[in-house]
Design a protein around this ligand. Structure first.
Ligand code: ADP
Length: 252
């Protein structure tokens, strides 16, 4: 069978680490997930259950000890600008302007000449117009998060890996950027894997919420969120979904 386009498959993933005292720490065990083109999947679970580890594996920044991880039928063995990572702390280059921060990936991948028009396009799309020549220390946390997203988007990724990129922001800024992320999804249709601790954020953004157990992390529930966008955070259906996820998170 030919694999569907833009299809991510994780099968029986095992990732262990050596802890400081030399004992083996199992971060992820028997972790399975399939994600199709255009799907937004939120990963939620207690701290230390392997969510970031899984994103790093999908990014190709790390390899599992067991199981298989494939994108479009090909094993993931190394990073690829096609799978963009947005970290919790926007990792901007402090010595570069916003414009140059956004252009960085294009230059590093040798495609700046042909694709430089994308830099301004992404700056405009993320509401950063007018700040092209500013430096990271001159902009707010919300703007830094937008620059981090633009840095990834400029590479036209098929997969966006978002590791709590909004967790340091105030509730208002967070809500605005959540809508911007939905706009990106509607426009570019990437696979999005979003790690979040915020159940409301998961229900607002995701097509599916995957709940992980405490370490060793494995999938204990997969909850579809089939509400139309824009979602009303105070509707009965929205609140019912929040409860469903919260119930799945009540481990005993
Ligand atoms: P989460 O994102 O769900 O909070 P992580 O994926 O960051 O969890 O971590 C899962 C577990 O693996 C944690 O106990 C963490 O300490 C451990 N871990 C992650 N990366 C490493 C590493 N490079 N070396 C040692 N332990 C690690």
């Amino acid at each position: 069978m030919v694999a569907a386009e833009h299809h991510l498959v994780a099968k029986d993933i095992l990732r262990t680490f050596k802890s400081d005292d030399g004992t083996e720490l199992i971060a992820l065990q028997n972790f399975n997930l399939e994600v199709d083109h255009g799907e937004v999947v939120a990963l939620i679970g207690p701290s230390g259950c392997g969510k970031s580890t899984f994103l790093r594996l999908v990014a190709g920044l790390d390899m599992p000890q067991g199981g298989t991880l494939a994108y479009n039928g090909e094993p993931i063995t190394k990073p690829d600008p096609n799978r963009g990572f947005v970290f919790q702390q926007a990792n901007l280059y402090p010595w570069l302007t916003i414009e140059k921060n956004v252009a960085f990936g294009l230059k590093a991948n040798g495609v700046y000449k042909e694709q430089q028009g994308r830099v301004q396009e992404m700056i405009d799309l993320m509401g950063l117009t007018g700040f092209e020549k500013s430096y990271p220390h001159q902009i707010s946390g919300g703007m830094a998060a937008r620059v981090a997203i633009a840095q990834t988007l400029v590479m036209d990724p098929d997969v966006m890996l978002l590791d709590e990129p909004l967790s340091a922001l105030d509730a208002f800024t967070r809500a605005v950027i959540q809508d911007e992320i939905l706009g990106i999804c509607a426009k570019f249709n990437p696979i999005v894997l979003l790690v979040t601790h915020d159940i409301e954020e998961a229900v607002y953004l995701a097509d599916r919420v995957v709940v992980l157990s405490p370490r060793p992390g494995t999938k204990i529930a997969e909850i579809p969120v089939d509400l139309p966008h824009p979602r009303n955070r105070i509707s009965d259906e929205f609140i019912a979904k929040r409860h469903e996820i919260l119930d799945a998170l009540q481990f005993d």
